[in-house]
Design a protein around this ligand. Structure first.
Ligand code: COA
Length: 393
């Protein structure tokens, strides 16, 4: 007879740490085939979107389910452009933050603060949803760029109305109008990072959305979740790792030592993919175009060698480069500081979070999973003078 381990199930439902493989919602936003290495947004292959679309067009597709007509796209782009500026109060708030703080913390706080300026009520109204989505898409890049200049002791610069979305962000960040190739590659990077089904930050967004709170809280929750090194923060660590390896000839030795010490190789592995992440291949292509135009990055040679050496060592376990492996190298070629890599990820992923927010509202049920309690059985409260410190044992 089969014995049931009570510590591993509740009411017949097995414990699944990390909810691995457990479906918790229907979704029509994004489809991943982790065995074939395929990714689609609303049915469109990621490679087609990365070749032909723009970030704002892809954002529209993700949130409203269909590619916009030229009129819809023009209106959406205009609305986003009109809402790029942030209140001087938001800028003043960013000035109060310590310059040494991580920009993801500044972004999380400022995304939540937007809820103080705009109505939190109206999630039943399609116009409220549209306006909130436009504001978040428009203002998040402005807040990221503003904090970057503020922490360098400068005043933030205003968005430029004549520049498209991605060019304007790079302009606000670097104070220079970007080269068209750089702006194009950056825009395509935003497309690649815009959505990826129920990753940790999107799940966090959906859990928050399920309480019927406002979209600013939804995005602030998701930003906090994206910040961790096992999620969006990995691309920062990839650069640190490549620099530690130093030269291509040391890649194999680094891998052997890391595997022996059971350390994870940053930018490798994915819960969904058993093959190379399709986004990593597209990013690698973009990277090569940038390096051909603006000069080589020695760390790219280290990265390529690491990928090659990892095939035999990690491939049999289904561990290959993920989206974070090459993105950091591209961002640094574009002049983006390392600790802004994850905020840049957030600029893009807000599109996916908002799509999931809207979808969650369409068929809402508050998230409330269960647990298996492993703590003490009932105990009796003791007065202070009868307690014995555990430290004295
Ligand atoms: N390097 C080396 N080994 C790895 C690895 C990596 N990057 N990722 C997973 N593994 C190994 C684990 O050590 C484990 O081996 P074991 O079964 O012998 O103990 C096995 O693969 C399963 O790992 P696990 O951590 O359970 O997989 P997961 O599905 O929970 O993890 C990630 C997915 C993304 C969290 C994980 O691959 C990781 O931490 N990668 C590095 C961080 C990163 O790049 N994150 C960005 C994701 S887009």
């Amino acid at each position: 007879m089969k014995t049931i381990d009570k510590s591993q199930e509740k009411n017949g439902i097995p414990l699944r740490p990390g909810l691995e493989g457990v479906p918790v919602t229907h979704s029509s936003i994004c489809d991943i085939d982790g065995v074939k290495g395929k990714l689609q947004y609303r049915g469109y292959p990621i490679s087609e979107l990365a070749s032909n679309s723009s970030f704002l067009e892809t954002t529209y597709l993700l949130i409203w389910g269909e590619l916009p007509t030229s009129k819809e796209l023009r209106e959406f782009e205009e609305e986003v452009q009109q809402h790029r500026r942030v209140s001087f109060r938001v800028r003043d708030m960013l000035k109060c933050f310590p310059a040494s703080g991580h920009p993801m913390d500044a972004l999380q706080s400022s995304a939540a603060a937007l809820g103080l300026f705009y109505s939190r009520r109206g999630i039943d109204d399609p116009k409220y949803i549209y306006d909130a989505a436009v504001r978040l898409i428009a203002k998040i890049p402005t807040m990221v760029a503003a904090f970057q200049l503020i922490r360098k002791g400068q005043d933030p610069i205003q968005p430029r109305d004549d520049l498209p979305y991605s060019s304007n962000f790079l302009y606000m960040l670097t104070e220079r109008e970007p080269d068209p190739l750089a702006a194009k590659v950056f825009d395509r990077c935003l497309i690649l990072h815009a959505e990826h089904s129920l990753n940790a930050s999107t799940f966090s967004a959906r859990v928050t959305a399920s309480t019927l709170t406002d979209p600013y809280s939804v995005v602030a929750s998701a930003v906090g979740t994206l910040a961790g090194p096992l999620h969006g923060g990995a691309n920062e660590d990839v650069i640190a790792m490549l620099e530690e390896i130093g030269t291509p000839s040391k890649a194999g030795q680094y891998l052997d030592e890391a595997i022996k010490q059971k350390r994870k190789i940053m930018g490798f592995g994915h819960r969904e993919y058993r093959v190379k992440d399709p986004r990593a291949s597209i990013l690698q292509d973009f990277g090569e175009k940038l390096f051909a135009r603006f000069g080589k990055d020695e760390m790219y040679e280290v990265a390529k060698e690491l990928e090659k050496e990892a095939i035999d060592r990690l491939g049999p376990k289904g561990i290959y480069p993920n989206v974070d492996f090459y993105s950091g190298l591209i961002y640094r070629k574009l002049g983006i500081p390392r600790d802004l890599f994850t905020p840049v990820f957030a600029i893009s992923r807000v599109a996916g979070w908002l799509a999931h927010w809207r979808e969650q509202l369409g068929a809402n049920r508050i998230f409330r999973p269960s647990q298996i309690y492993t703590g003490m059985k009932t105990r009796t409260w003791k007065p202070l003078d009868q307690r014995k410190s555990k430290k004295e044992d």
